[in-house]
Design a protein around this ligand. Structure first.
Ligand code: NI
Ligand code: MN
Length: 225
């Protein structure tokens, strides 16, 4: 049995009987997060881009758990320099890990570190685990190639940013569902700060109107598969 748990903002925990993988572990600095990084044991940490609300606690968590950070080449090198284990990848590339496969996808966004250093090109990620394909957008605006991503990698669970201002807002995110055609969509990257305070239930009903399934997963709740 496997499950995905929403930890707030863009942080998701993917777990099966053997492995725990966290994506974008922004917990300590996130007032809406309910778990502290010290409460989690993880084997792999995927970081979509270097912004503080995505890199989050990746480096201390990697060191504490002896976990491996999976990210683009620039972020992986930065984390290695800070004493963490990291596996560098880049956009379009896939790699088979013990838990399954990870492929980095494009994202239209920025990727500087909180200290101002260069974080390479921002990404989204596909995670193939236990027969399912998960697509996490990272932070991005909508782009037509999402159609190709969905065509090449049929998506079961689509985690999409809906908060607007820094990323797609609700209507563009609904359109992205129509491009990707996932089995199920979960909204993220909303309400953490005033400027992204949008209503996820509006997103869900608009996705449903287009004939697709979507569900708001509350912070701390899971979807089992
Ligand atoms: Ni960002
Ligand atoms: Mn963000």
């Amino acid at each position: 049995m496997a499950k995905v748990t929403f930890l707030g903002h863009s942080a998701w925990l993917i777990q099966n009987d053997q492995y725990s993988i966290i994506i974008d572990p922004f917990l300590e600095g996130n007032p809406t997060a309910e778990v502290k990084p010290d409460e989690l044991n993880v084997d792999y940490i995927i970081v979509t881009h270097a912004h503080g609300d995505h890199l989050g606690d990746a480096i201390p968590m990697a060191k504490k758990n002896n976990a491996t950070i999976i990210s683009n080449f620039e972020i992986a090198n930065y984390c290695t320099d800070k004493g963490a284990n990291a596996h560098p990848m880049h956009i379009g590339g896939a790699h088979e890990f013990p838990f399954g496969k990870v492929k980095l996808t494009p994202a239209w966004h920025g990727s500087s570190f909180p200290d101002g250093s260069y974080g390479g090109t921002p990404a989204g990620c596909l995670v193939m685990i236990d027969g399912r394909t998960i697509y996490h957008t990272g932070d991005t605006g909508i782009f037509m190639d999402m159609q190709l991503i969905g065509e090449l990698n049929p998506v079961d669970f689509y985690m999409v940013n809906i908060g607007d201002n820094f990323t797609m807002g609700i209507d563009d995110a609904v359109k992205s569902v129509e491009l990707i055609k996932p089995r199920m969509t979960f909204p993220m990257h909303f309400k953490t700060m005033d400027v992204i305070d949008v209503d996820p239930s509006e997103f869900v009903s608009k996705v449903n109107q287009k004939g697709y399934e979507a569900k708001v997963i509350d912070i701390g709740a899971s979807h089992t598969f």
